[in-house]
Write a protein that binds this ligand. Sequence first.
Ligand code: TRP
Ligand code: SF4
Length: 326
Amino acid sequence: MARERLLSGIQPTGQMHLGNYLGSVKAWVDNQTRYEPFLMIADLHSLTSTYENPAALRDTKFDLVCDLLALGIDPTQSTLFFQSDVPEHSELHVILSMITPLPWLYRVPSYKSKMDDIQDKDLDTYGFLGYPVLQAADILLYRATRVPVGKDQLPHLELTREIARRFNHFYGNVFPEPLDVLTEFPILPGLDGRKMSKSYGNTLPISDTAEHTQALMMKMFTDPARLRRHDPGHPDVCPVFAYHQIFNKDRVPEIRSGCESAALGCVDCKRECAGKVNDFLAPIRAKRAALTQDRGEIQRMMREGAQKARAVASETLEDVKKAVGL
Ligand code: TRP
Ligand code: SF4
């Protein structure tokens, strides 16, 4: 049976952290053989918010490829490419923009919330409003039927379906309506117990040294009610315990009882936890370090990915142009 085609995108903004890995990249890696995956580094999308800093974008793009390969993306299974290497994304974006009503864009929740949250950048641009139209173009260009998304991206996927429906209504059946792939991974809290996010400054970067990871983890928030060493703890409200549940599964029962009886202190608990996280990251870091040595090889691989992506994208774009009368 033919595998369903999956498209996903990730923006190259800053260092990849453990939360990114568990929240999205792990699903890509685990789904590589089940679907026919197209994995896109959304460099055009990052221009919507980082257009003032081209040098940083160049480096983060390269770093992100190294992260993804080190984390298990296999370019023989997944078509990995830079969005801007496939000009069909921009072309389809323009065509879709012709039929996308402005009110649909103003009501996308991420538009309003980002405009309110991000004060240090001027996001009052045409490109930023059109962000979800570009995302629709990414997905529809490959006629992907599956898109792995976190909750925050669901409105973008819904908008993609609405744009596909409107297009098909005007011009005939060109696009399938994509469905989400729900990712069921546990949410990894950040160092302060909130969601791990670069904008909160509470992340554990994949490419850090083991020493730095350890130092960050020793400063993690714990159960706020456990003020003194002999106070009993409540592991279910402690972010450190959430890490044990993912990276130290075998020892979870002992950690729980040790914490609740106050036999185990937070310092020891964190030290053990940091050790487990570093054990998990050690082979990934070694692979990543090797990859960063060979920029030429990475460039060659990304050119190959773009070629494979263009073969599919150009076919769709031909159908689209014919349909709209170009
Ligand atoms: N908007 C997505 C994010 O910030 C990235 C993205 C761009 C994407 N194009 C996509 C995700 C297409 C899925 C499909 O996470
Ligand atoms: Fe959290 Fe561990 Fe301290 Fe319990 S012992 S509160 S699980 S850090």
